[in-house]
Design a protein around this ligand. Sequence first.
Ligand SMILES: Cc1cc2nc3c(=O)[nH]c(=O)nc-3n(C[C@H](O)[C@H](O)[C@H](O)COP(=O)(O)OP(=O)(O)OC[C@H]3O[C@@H](n4cnc5c(N)ncnc54)[C@H](O)[C@@H]3O)c2cc1C
Length: 356
Amino acid sequence: MRDHHDIVIVGGGVIGLTIARALALRGVRDVCLVERGNLGAEASWAAAGMLLPQVEADAPDDFFDLACRSRDLYPAFAAALREETGIDVELDTTGTIYLALTEHDHEEIEKRYDWQTRAGLSVERLSGAEARKLEPCISESALGALRFPKDIQVENRRLLSALANSVKKLGVTIATQTPVDSLLLDGHRVTGVQASGRPISCATVVIAAGSWSSFIKTAPVPVIEPVRGQMVCLEAKPQLTHHVIYSPRGYIVPRRDGRLLAGSTSERAGFAKCVTAGGIAKILRNALEISPALAELPVLDTWAGLRPRASGDLPVLGPCGEIDGLFFATGHYRNGILLAPLTGELISEAIVSSQR
Ligand SMILES: Cc1cc2nc3c(=O)[nH]c(=O)nc-3n(C[C@H](O)[C@H](O)[C@H](O)COP(=O)(O)OP(=O)(O)OC[C@H]3O[C@@H](n4cnc5c(N)ncnc54)[C@H](O)[C@@H]3O)c2cc1C
C-alpha cells in the first residue's frame, strides 16, 4: 500500500466494497479500501440476503422508495457481477410469502395488502390453503398470507466474493488487517487517515465501517450502535421451500445448495458477537411456527453478526457537511444487503460531483 491515494474507504463490508466498485466503474483510478480484518467477514457475511422492502413496510415513505429502488437495481447488479467475475450471486426471484399465523398477524397483513394495492404495488392475497398449495411445508395454522413477487433474495456470501473479485480486477488497492485509527485533518478538510500506526494521505475519505464507525477518532460520525442478530442454518435436501417465508416473528430462507437459514434475533448486547442458547431457542420456535416440518432437519451451523444501527433506524449517507472531503455510508441496520447497490451509486455520484 502506498502512502497516498485519491480516495480511502474505511471498511470492507458490502457497503465499502460496493462503493469502491462504483467509484472504479465511474473511472476514479486511485481508490484504496482499508479493512481492519478480512473483507466481508462481519454483518454482511452474517446476513440472510433478503431484499424485502414491501414485506417490511407499514406505510410508504422516502426510505421505502429508496429500498425499492435499490432492490430493483439487483437484476442488473447481479448480471454485471457475473459478467465481470464469473461468480453467480444466486439472485433468486421466486418471491416472498408473508404468513399470518394469529388473528393479530391477519389484521396486519390486511393493512399491508390495502395500502400496497392502493399504491399499485405487486402483492397477492392468499388463503392459508392457497399458501400451502404453493409451499406444502407451511403450517396448518396459517390463517392467510401475502405473496410479494418482487421481494427476492441474494446469496450474500457469494455477493461478497463477487464484489471482492470485481474491485481487485478494477484496480482498487486493498489493505486488509489494517485498522484505521483516526482521520487526519487540516482545519475543516480531510488530509488522510492514520491506519495501523502510519498515515495514508488522501483528499476524500468514506466511512463505511458498519457497527464500528463511531470509533474512528476525530471523525464526527453520528452514534452507530451494534444490534446483534443470530442465525441458525439447517440442512434441507431436497429443498423444503422455494420462496422465502416470513412471519412477524421470524423467517426461513432457502439456499440453492440445500442450506435453509432461520432467523433472527434483534438484541442490544454490545459488541458480544456470540450465539446464545436463548437466541437459538427463540429462532427455532419461530421457524417451527412457520413450518413444523423443520423439526426433522439437521442443524448445520449457527452464527451471529452486528447490524449497524443509527438514530431513527435510518442509514447515514452522504457528505459529512462539517468536514470537506469526508463522506458517510453507515448505519444500514437491517437492510445493508438490500441498500448496497443504491448506496454505491449515490455515494460514488456524490464524490465524483464534489470533485468536478
Ligand atoms: C443476522 C443478520 C441478518 C441480516 N439479514 C439481512 C437481510 O436479509 N437483508 C439485508 O439487507 N440486510 C440484512 N442484515 C443487515 C446487513 O447485514 C447489514 O446492514 C450490512 O451488512 C452492513 O454492511 P456494512 O458494510 O456497513 O457493515 P459490515 O459488513 O459489518 O462491514 C463493516 C466493515 O468495516 C470494518 N471496520 C470496522 N472498523 C474499522 C476500522 N477502524 N478500520 C478498518 N476497517 C474497519 C469491519 O471489520 C467490517 O469488515 C442482516 C444482519 C444480520 C446480523
